[in-house]
Design a protein around this ligand. Structure first.
Ligand code: SAM
Length: 279
């Protein structure tokens, strides 16, 4: 018999394919809560049957109306309520953050039960640097907006992790290549499922491979960080600054040189003042 749980919100991560990945604490919690907030009750019903949980379910999305959220918040004072998504960790490109924010503001207990997430699982498979990564979730579906979003983060020195659907994969890879250059990347598909597959390559190769052949199933794209900038010598910096100083003030010439050469603005400004005889 599972012990009864203290009241509060239980954020429960669930498998992203292989039901064996449910943690024993998650299974025990799903059996012990008073009710479960689910994205799609039919999807979660299969998991509940697998772990032998019989708690009733309520459909919840962050765009669910405020009345439902108010009712859940009132319940949290006396009931144990679990939040799950269709697969993986709730709140990660999935509903829940508004509920967690409101529950925290209201002073309710919140417990998290960590477990699978496709983003982290893909990072472990891709063979790309993992020391710094930026999770982008789903990029906009239209190319113009997607390219704008990518331009904003093009200079971030981190591995990128993003979710994408099969039909949009080719176009998304082409935009990644167009904006970020030909970085190393991996397309990680159907993680923990029968047809799990990781295809690594340069963005050009991957964009070409998937242009006319959209793959089936669920997909994470992982893109390596930009290459380290080559060391810029004092001579190179001075040459660029001399040209710019013919038309610009030291401060504007330094800003332009810093952007062009990827050197710190402070370094460019100090040299620009020297060259302009103003140091
Ligand atoms: N909250 C989930 C998590 O923690 O992984 C992600 C939810 S998001 C709505 C669903 C997306 O995650 C899919 O479209 C796909 O990009 C990715 N995804 C989920 N399961 C996956 C799997 N088994 N293999 C590859 N990607 C997966």
């Amino acid at each position: 018999m599972d012990q009864s749980l203290p009241p509060g919100l239980y954020i429960v991560a669930t498998p992203i394919g292989n039901l064996g990945d449910i943690t024993s604490r998650a299974a025990q919690t799903l059996r012990g809560v008073d009710y479960i907030l689910a994205e799609d009750k039919r999807v979660t019903a299969k998991l509940l049957a697998h772990v032998g949980a019989k708690a009733p379910m309520t459909a919840y999305h962050d765009h669910s109306d405020d009345n439902l959220r108010e009712k859940i918040l009132a319940d949290l004072a006396t009931k144990a309520v679990a939040l799950v998504s269709d697969a993986g960790t709730p709140l990660i490109s999935d509903p829940g953050y508004k509920l967690v924010r409101a529950a925290r503001q209201a002073g309710h207990a919140i417990y998290t039960l960590p477990g699978p997430s496709a983003a982290i699982a893909a990072l472990t498979l891709a063979g790309l640097p993992t020391d710094r990564f930026l999770f982008l979730g789903f990029l906009p579906p239209k190319s113009t907006a997607r390219r704008e979003a990518l331009k904003e983060i093009a200079n971030v020195r981190a591995t990128l992790v993003l979710y994408e659907s099969g039909p949009r994969l080719g176009a998304c890879l082409a935009d990644l290549h167009g904006v970020l250059g030909d970085r190393d990347a991996a397309v990680v598909r159907e993680i923990t499922k029968l047809h799990e597959e990781t295809v690594s390559g340069a963005l050009t190769e991957l964009a070409e491979r998937y242009a006319e052949a959209p793959p089936k199933g669920e997909i994470v794209i992982v893109v390596g960080p930009p290459p380290e900038p080559a060391e810029v010598s004092d001579e190179q910096l001075d040459k660029t600054l001399r040209e710019l100083l013919q038309q610009l003030s030291p401060s504007r010439a330094a800003a332009e040189a810093a952007t062009r050469l990827g050197v710190p603005r402070k370094r460019a400004y100090a040299r620009a003042l020297d060259l302009a005889g103003k140091a």
